[in-house]
Design a protein around this ligand. Sequence first.
Ligand code: IMP
Length: 442
Amino acid sequence: MIAIFEQNQIVAIIGGQWGDEGKGKFIDHLAEQADIIARGTGGNNAGHTVVVNGKKHIFHLLPSGILYQDKLNIIGNGTVIDPAVLLSEIEKLKQNGHDAKNLAISGDAHVIIPYHVDLDALKSKTKIGTTGRGIGPAYMDKAERIGIRMNDLLNPAILKAKMKSNFDEKRKQILILATEDRAAYEDKYSKESFSKMLNQYLLYGEMLEPYISDTREILRKAEEEGKKILLEGAQGTLLSIDHGTYPFGTSSECSAAGLASGVGLLRNMAVLSVVKAYTTRVGNGPFPTELNDETGERLRQVGAEYGSTTGRPRRCGWLDAVALRYSLGINGNSIMISKMDVLTGMDEINICTAYRYEGEPTRYNGKLLTPGDLLETFPTDSNILEHCKPVYGYTQPGWKEDLSLKPKLSKLYIEAIKLLTGAEVKMVSYGPEREKIFKKKN
Ligand code: IMP
């Protein structure tokens, strides 16, 4: 067991790439030692897989520590919650013999309403390749300061007033955007449907009230009492609204800073970025090391790279040290490498160390970029990144032996990652099983 909690009371685990780094396994590992597990960003666009006693659980909203009945699990203020999804996850827990008495939800978390899901489908799903869960439109309402929060669900008069003005506004937008199935949308957003929707959300409020609490205060007190707090990140830094490959990313700030803000605990914390031994991305957007060939297909098959929320095949490619240096620059350099075993058996392994710009001459960050320029820093503008070709400055032969034997070439690969990114490697995971993990000796 890594001794990270012996030196730090608050530990945040985040994604160092484009999400799906395999955070679940490490979160599960560390949740065992924590008193509280808290989520602070995103919503049911996430899919966290936890394997307990050989049984696989996929959570979209519930924090990954929920199966530890003696540990408090928090869904923080920075999240967006679809109550129907949350209630069905709670129901599933109950069917599996657990309960959700150890769950606390921030009254300030924003609520996803069906019009958010419809707007997501009509507006950005195709362009950005979103998960279609209404995440972006819900965060838009939050930023516009018209959003509905969990506490609003507990107050009928307040909910009615807020929901009515939003409903009318969204109805107009949806009917403009709906070129097909207009009649169905007219029906879905009729006067009668408003009352139905309102009643449904009041009912959700009643059902969720036992969990709604002042989670910031809970965390503040817990910190005072010396409790160990694990912050569970969702998505990945390169998808974050501030630091990601804009506009191809999600709508929350899923770096370590965003996670801390999303639970209201802006204290000293240890940050661990989970980094896959190669790179994957779902949805649209530039991905310089993407492999549209047999090697990419092999990574997808061996790594079972299909989205746990949408089932979409993930795009796969080599490790990108340029992107990684950038994300570690934001979050700190402690990393945990996942899915090393997927590389076992490959003849050759490459790491991208720089990009060659091949687009039109363009001004970027105060400089003129011209075709052929070599970039060693990460351009967050998708228009630039999409014209960046990878330079594989590092190539090595792969290893064939099982990783439990610690083959020399696998050690060489880890040394290369350290050297090329400045990372400090805290753990390496080489299989879904709990014991398949190497930890750095302190
Ligand atoms: P949204 O979060 O549904 O708005 O989707 C925006 C972008 O983020 C899309 O490219 C999604 O595929 C991606 N995305 C959102 N959540 C996840 C995740 O948990 N893992 C990987 N990609 C994600």
